[in-house]
Ligand binder design. Structure first.
Ligand SMILES: [Zn+2]
Length: 488
């Protein structure tokens, strides 16, 4: 087995990828190594914690001297890297310059000959502005090249590209075709223009559409998304492999990456980071290599944080925090949550649930609870309350109320997600809780419901629901919605 899933959280996974040059843990980010020489020596990358790197086979192939060396020493010998190496095919150059000086067969055979662990056929990256017809035509070419590559490959793990521009039906179809070839790895391509223009809503749609067609047994690479603020959301949507050129490109441009965004190094007289480069110099005094080392350190550390979050069941909580680093990412987060219904069946229970703002009201856990409410057995009369009344009208006839989740029987108060979640009352969490109440009332037509709650709740009940139950405002004092400190 090439890929083994060890743990899951949100749609993300902690996995183990077996390659000809050893085993790596995913999600993983690969620093991009330029074949002409990198700003950081590979030894330094390994010291910073990189486990796998990616380089461009096309650029290696186009330089006579380097091509001969790569064929003689292998790509590992040429780069001085012992761990797994992924190679890209020149598709990026194809997107950038419109043509490449190599055929698909040549570049796949070359990747095989230089011992790439993961190799990509020469797919056609379709830009986001492409029409359906254009994207479909490109897909046909990509499909043919993938088939050709599969017939050539021997040791290398072949990466099946998923294209289709912004046409979600094509993304899904391309993913399904990639799956059906039996290629061991998938890569979602053609998204760099979306990342460059902060189109995270589109990116979320593309990733989710691709996911619909892919097998869960395939690790998924998302080309070009290796920035610390982008990776948590994308990992939580099921992406396993990332590549980062930005650690070096940003360094060249004097930019200093942080887990919450990118800053101008020249504006920073002191370092907020404990990495070796930052211990030697303040960001504004760093040279390009120092900045690159710091940027890579932060990128790799962010990926460690993601893997830890999966182990802890806290990945979506990390996503909600990091997506507040930029409004465009917050839009991406909201877009992802519009798919909660779709994500819910695969969403593992027991994720950390801390209310981080109105978006938290739309987590799949909340929808799942609303579904559960439709099936709970109830006596003929039920009191739903946000207080702890002295007695219930009859046994089993009292439900409590929790922001976002809505009504719940007392016996669920200790179990997930009601017990360990820490919520907060705001208009959106009240609205969603009332959606839960609606699900309960509408699925139990023979039951007589009374809501006894703070006037804020009573006022938020829509007219249609109000007619189906007795609503009694109570002013008996506010009850904290938290759980007394658990979960923090
Ligand atoms: Zn640093």
């Amino acid at each position: 087995m090439v890929f083994e899933v060890l743990a899951r959280d949100a749609l993300g996974r902690l996995g183990r990828l077996e390659t000809p040059h050893g085993r790596v843990e995913t999600p993983l980010v690969m620093p991009v190594v330029r074949p002409s020489g990198s700003i950081l020596p590979p030894g330094e990358m390994a010291r910073l914690g990189a486990k796998m790197v990616i380089t461009n086979a096309y650029l290696l192939h186009q330089n006579g001297e380097r091509r001969e060396r790569a064929l003689r020493e292998g790509v590992h010998g040429l780069l001085g890297w012992r761990g797994p190496v992924m190679t890209d095919s020149g598709a990026y150059q194809l997107a950038e310059y419109g043509r490449v000086e190599v055929s698909n067969r040549e570049i796949v055979e070359f990747q095989e000959a230089i011992g790439s662990d993961l190799a990509v056929p020469l797919d056609v990256p379709t830009g986001p502005e492409a029409t359906h017809e254009e994207a479909e035509r490109d897909l046909g070419v990509t499909r043919g090249r993938l088939q050709e590559a599969l017939a050539i490959r021997r040791r290398t793990l072949l990466v099946a590209p998923v294209q289709g521009a912004l046409h979600l039906d094509l993304r899904e179809r391309s993913a399904r075709e990639a799956r059906d070839t039996g290629a061991p790895v998938a890569a979602i391509g053609g998204v760099v223009p979306l990342l460059d223009s902060y189109r995270y809503e589109d990116l979320v749609e593309v990733v989710l559409a691709s996911r619909r067609g892919l097998s869960r047994a395939m690790p998924v690479h998302l080309f070009g998304a290796g920035h610390p603020i982008t990776m948590p959301l994308m990992a939580a949507l099921g992406c396993d492999l990332f590549d980062s050129a930005s650690y070096a490109l940003y360094a060249r441009d004097g930019r200093y990456i942080t887990p919450r965004g990118t800053l101008r190094a020249r504006d920073l007289p002191e370092s907020p980071c404990p990495c070796p480069a930052c211990q030697r110099a303040a960001p504004r005094e760093m040279d390009e290599a120092g900045l690159a080392a710091h940027n890579l350190h932060v990128t790799l550390a962010s990926m460690s944080e993601i893997r830890n979050a999966i182990r802890e069941g806290a990945l979506w909580d990390l996503v909600e925090q990091t997506c507040r680093g930029h409004p465009a990412l917050l839009e991406g987060l909201r877009r992802a949550l519009q798919h909660s219904e779709e994500m819910e069946p695969e969403w593992p229970a027991a994720s950390r649930f801390l209310y981080r703002g109105s978006e938290s009201s739309h987590r799949p856990e909340v929808l799942r609870h609303h579904h559960t409410l439709r099936h709970i057995p109830l006596p003929p009369r039920v009191l739903v309350t946000d207080k702890n009344p002295p007695h219930a009208p009859e046994p089993g006839g009292m439900l409590h109320l929790k922001p976002a989740f809505g009504p719940y029987p007392p016996e669920l108060s200790e179990t997930y997600p009601i017990g360990p979640s820490w919520t907060l009352e705001d208009p959106e969490s009240r609205r969603m809780a009332i959606e839960g109440l609606r699900a309960l009332v509408e699925s139990h037509p023979g039951v007589q419901f009374t809501l006894e709650a703070d006037p804020r709740w009573a006022e938020a009940i829509p007219e249609g629901l109000r007619g189906k139950m007795e609503v009694r405002p109570s002013n008996a004092g506010r009850r904290p919605s938290g759980d007394g400190g658990r979960g923090l």
